[in-house]
Design a protein. Structure first.
Length: 501
């Protein structure tokens, strides 16, 4: 095994040499050769000796091979690719060295093997308890105030509702119909046709001209702009309201919804809020993808203690902010290439406790009508950029998610077979708590009790990990389309830094 380890170390050193000034110009053929060599050596190491730590090392080698293939593909701008791939290489090699050290220590210790499993099980149970607390606290906090102050018509600020539209069908028509029925007295509705192919989108918008809906013909984005952000910028520039609300065509409002949104925002003294709509569950099959995708998206916003890290929960489906906040933050030009521009404005607002994440409940009736396929495409479009296009972060998040949310079930099953009852109780308790959390998130997502949520956590975890990797693969080697437009290149371009918050 020692010769294999020596070769493994030499390959790691050669990998880092790829990023030197001398070797970088000829990186593509050398990276291809290193990828092949790394695959052979990693497989040989695992074939000689099997263990969980060596298996984890082999998995990290797969991410290293992926990183080398990025150099072979040579798709991104050279400076960005060099910096990003080097960071990924350093992280993954360092992680493999750490795992190797752990394996050597484990081999030399005489401590019974069950001790490690008990420690892992205890960590899983404590994590589950922590997530149960933060999730319950967040769900209670985001419910709208019970009896907000109802502002009179004269007290209400002017409100602009801005909708980017591209290649739309009946969904846009239904969204606009719900908006023009609003009882909000100072309302401006703007829809931008984002270079649609065919005239259907512009025709739909123009049919609502007599209801006061303003039509904006969008222009193609510059190379540094993500198309949706450029649409936001054009809408923002053309709007006049003191408050500006952005939403997608899948959102529906009741007559009082806009008035209530503003009432809640002013009562809470906030300058920005994200509205969490009630999702409408498509009636297709017993086990629907919608139960695995959208609740998982909400879980990432609601379960971790995000505010402790100045990462407030956000949603792009429906959010409203004061015009002054967006202007002071530099407008959408400040985040022209960001997949989640609303996150930047939320971070600006939360510094002065001016941001809230609010559930659509009661009179604040906002619903989302999004098909499972659209939910999947949105998840693929957003997951990799949200991890800063870093393969090592994909690896770390996926490993953490699998280790904390799925392995308790596996360990519990094996412990029962081997009659280690205490270990089975600890891991089983962790799995039950985590399953209850996910069931709670499903109930919140659709505002109805769905018993299926009690046993869907394992499938949701696997689906979430798969979507994250599909997103990574398609951004690096394929295409990611939004409304018929490939967005890979604007997203993968170099963004030196975002403005300070």
């Amino acid at each position: 095994m020692t010769p294999m380890l020596i070769i493994f170390g030499l390959l790691s050193g050669l990998e880092w040499l790829l990023f030197s000034d001398v070797v970088w110009p000829v990186r593509r053929p050398l990276a291809a050769g290193l990828a092949i060599g790394l695959a052979m050596v990693s497989g040989g190491l695992f074939g000689q000796r099997t263990s969980l730590l060596l298996a984890a090392t082999l998995i990290l080698s797969l991410y290293r091979i992926f990183n080398l293939l990025r150099l072979v593909q040579n798709r991104s701008e050279a400076h960005y690719l060099r910096q990003s791939a080097l960071q990924t290489s350093v992280f993954l090699v360092s992680a493999q060295v750490a795992l190797g050290g752990m394996w050597l220590v484990a081999e030399s210790l005489t401590v019974p093997g069950l001790v490690g499993w008990y420690l892992l099980a205890t960590l899983q149970l404590l994590t589950a308890a922590g997530l149960l607390y933060t999730t319950g606290r967040q769900l209670r906090k985001i419910m709208p105030v019970a009896a907000p102050e109802h502002l009179s018509d004269s007290q209400l600020p002017t409100l602009s509702v801005c909708i980017p539209a591209r290649n739309e069908t009946s969904a846009l028509e239904e969204c606009l119909r719900s908006l023009v029925a609003s009882d909000y007295p100072k309302l401006e509705i703007l829809v931008l046709d984002d270079c649609s192919q065919g005239g259907r989108t512009s025709d739909i918008i123009r049919t609502f001209a007599h209801d006061g809906v303003r039509f904006i013909q969008g222009s193609p984005p510059a190379s540094k702009w993500l198309a949706k952000n450029w649409a936001y910028q054009q809408l923002f520039a053309g709007s006049n309201g003191a408050l500006v609300l952005f939403c997608g065509v899948d959102i529906r409002f009741e007559a009082q919804s806009l008035r209530q949104i503003v009432n809640v925002q002013r009562t809470k003294h906030k300058v920005m809020q994200s509205i969490v709509p009630r999702n409408i569950l498509p009636k297709i099959s017993w086990l629907q993808r919608s139960l695995l995708i959208q609740p998982a998206r909400y879980a990432w916003e609601l379960c971790p203690p995000r505010r402790q890290f100045n990462r407030p929960p956000v949603l792009s489906s429906c959010w409203v902010a004061e015009r002054s906040l967006i202007s002071r933050a530099g407008g959408f030009a400040a985040v022209s290439g960001s997949i989640s521009p609303e996150a930047y404005f939320a971070k600006r607002a939360i510094t002065s406790d001016g941001y809230s994440f609010v559930a659509a409940a009661g009179e604040l009736a906002v619903t989302s009508h999004k098909s499972a396929s659209d939910q999947w495409n949105t998840a693929v479009r957003t997951r990799y950029p949200q991890l800063r296009k870093r393969p090592e972060l994909v690896a770390a998040v996926s490993a953490t998610e699998f280790g904390l949310l799925l392995t308790p079930l596996i360990i519990c099953f094996v412990a029962v077979l081997q009659q280690h009852w205490m270990l089975a109780i600890i891991t089983g308790s962790a799995q039950v708590v985590e399953s209850l959390i996910y069931a709670q998130i499903i109930d919140f997502t659709y505002r109805r009790h769905l018993l299926r949520g009690l046993w869907l956590l394992p499938a949701a975890v696997l689906a979430d990990i798969y979507i994250r990797h599909e997103s990574m693969w398609r951004y690096e080697f394929g295409e990611v389309t939004w409304k018929g437009r490939n967005i890979c290149l604007p997203v993968m371009r170099v963004i030196p830094r975002f403005p300070r918050v």
